[in-house]
Design a protein around this ligand. Structure first.
Ligand code: FAD
Length: 462
């Protein structure tokens, strides 16, 4: 829809304001601005006719019904920390923000949390911790991302190497469908195989099949204290060899990797005493019970030393371990200071990690762009971050080329174009190359069955 036609829609917006109130329906352009982009800040974000800041599921239903009646695109939005353009506003569309719906109730008896979608991941963790329980999925953005966004992207994180990803903790969902009806799926049951796995269908669907208005999440006993190994290597390649070797023998509770550029970016951003000369830094943890914890860390250290680690350091002090994890989490904001970014999220089977990292380095050389890499290495999930100068069309074009080449490389290694951030709007061109025509066709049939008008987050995934 062209900007010039916004006026035509305005009378329709008035009916929505009349139904929900101007406290819920945001129409002032300067207020809408804060809801247009995600973390990518992508320039393709459109100007929505309004933003609905829903207070309850019924507001979401009313807004979706209104949009369906008028054939207006709907973009669900959590906290806007997404890295694939999934919640970028659509020109002339309606953005539905879940940021006000934040209630959390923990039931220790069933070890579940019933959570509204706008609650931050960190808030769910904190609520669970009050009962001695733990919600494991831990994206690095856990303090700034919502549970709804986590569910919609099937978010991963640092401890997923041992504890799994978001979908492994979703027991039930309330979802508003494209016609405005509200569906309740699953419940606080550990085991439930009645019918198709529809709850899981919505996890990772990036707002294209429905809008999550409530989730029942599985909690587990609080995590045991972890011991940490920090190893430096002359090259990122050798560090990746160590990851593959360790991964073949045990399930570390964290295995994160930073390359030299990332290490230096973090040191520039917030000095932590990391070794700037290291080719790569590996941070691995074990939270195994009792003596097994020390044994696992000793095995990790032995693997690193056998592969020629320059330095190995171990600690049983959780605060010290957390300091290194925090350094890893600081990588995105740190690298962001080096220029404009195109963020990748490619993953491969763990043994192919060294090939992936070598290939990424070759693409960086060939395209003459900087591509620092941080990785949830234990999952084979890497974040090559293409740094470029957005004001220089040559630099931007080379970065764009590298962006597509990195995804093609991952696919050629039996990998994926996205391990956790989602396809969104920025990676969809590569999706058919990974899935193939049959799976793409089935995916479209599912979409058409649930959203025949195609109003839910158009432009994302497909
Ligand atoms: C510094 C940094 C580090 C990060 N680290 C990680 C990481 O380690 N692991 C990881 O997985 N991600 C990571 N991310 C990416 C991001 O935080 C996740 O993708 C997160 O799950 C997005 O949540 P959000 O609430 O910000 O969602 P948004 O960005 O608002 O939306 C993301 C997608 O979810 C959809 N959506 C949001 N809410 C709903 C809902 N209620 N119903 C239906 N659809 C909805 C949107 O339409 C969009 O497609 C990182 C981001 C940053 C900025």
């Amino acid at each position: 829809m062209a900007r010039g036609s916004v006026q035509k829609v305005d009378t329709r917006v008035e009916t929505l304001v009349a139904e929900l109130g101007d406290d819920v329906v945001v129409t002032r352009p300067e207020s809408i601005e804060a809801y247009r982009r995600d973390w990518t800040g992508h320039a393709s974000a459109g100007m929505p006719v309004a933003v609905v800041r829903a207070r309850r599921a019924q507001d979401v239903q009313a807004a979706v019904r209104w949009a369906a009646t008028h054939g207006i695109p709907v973009v669900p939005r959590g906290a806007g920390s997404g890295l694939s353009g999934g919640s970028l506003a659509v020109e002339g569309g309606l953005t539905i923000s879940l940021d006000r719906m934040r209630a959390i109730t923990v039931d220790p008896a069933t070890r579940t949390a019933t959570v509204e979608p706008g609650a931050f991941n960190a808030e769910v963790k904190a609520a669970a911790a009050e009962h001695g329980l733990w919600y494991p999925p831990d994206p690095s953005s856990f303090e700034i991302c919502s549970i709804g966004g986590n569910i919609a992207t099937n978010a991963g994180g640092l401890c997923c190497v041992k504890y799994g990803v978001t979908t492994d903790y979703v027991l039930g969902l309330d979802v508003v469908l494209a016609d405005g009806s509200l569906l309740t799926l699953g419940g606080p049951r550990i085991k439930d195989v009645a019918g198709l796995s529809l709850t899981k269908l919505f996890v990772g669907s990036e707002g294209t099949l429905g809008i999550v208005t409530r989730a029942i999440l599985r909690l587990v006993p609080a995590q045991a204290v972890a011991s940490t190994l920090v190893a430096t290597f002359a090259s990122v390649d050798t560090a990746a060899e160590a990851v593959a070797r360790i991964g073949a023998t045990m399930r570390a509770s964290m295995m994160e990797l930073m390359d030299q550029t990332s290490i230096n970016a973090v040191e520039d951003y917030q000095p932590m005493g990391l070794d700037r000369s290291a080719g790569a830094l590996l941070i691995a943890q074990s939270d195994a019970p009792g003596a097994a914890r020390g044994e696992e860390v000793a095995l990790m250290e032995a693997a690193c030393r056998e592969l020629g680690a320059v330095e190995c350091f171990t600690t049983d002090d959780p605060a010290e371990g957390e300091m290194f994890a925090a350094a890893r989490r600081a990588a995105f904001p740190a690298i962001e200071r080096r220029g404009s970014l195109m963020l990748e999220d490619v993953g491969v089977p763990v043994p192919r990690l060294p090939e992936l990292l070598r290939g990424i380095a070759a693409i960086a050389r060939e395209r003459d762009v900087e591509i620092p890499v941080v990785a949830h290495a234990g999952d084979g999930n890497t974040h090559p971050i293409i740094v470029h100068d957005a004001t220089d069309p040559g630099s931007e074009a080379r970065a764009e080329q590298a962006f597509h080449e990195v995804m093609a490389l991952a696919i050629s290694l039996g990998g994926t174009i996205t391990g956790e951030h989602g396809v969104g709007r920025l990676k969809k061109a590569a999706l058919p190359d990974q899935l193939g025509p049959d799976v793409m066709a089935l995916t479209r049939r599912v979409k058409e069955a649930l959203d025949p008008q195609g109003i839910l987050n158009p432009g994302a995934i497909f």
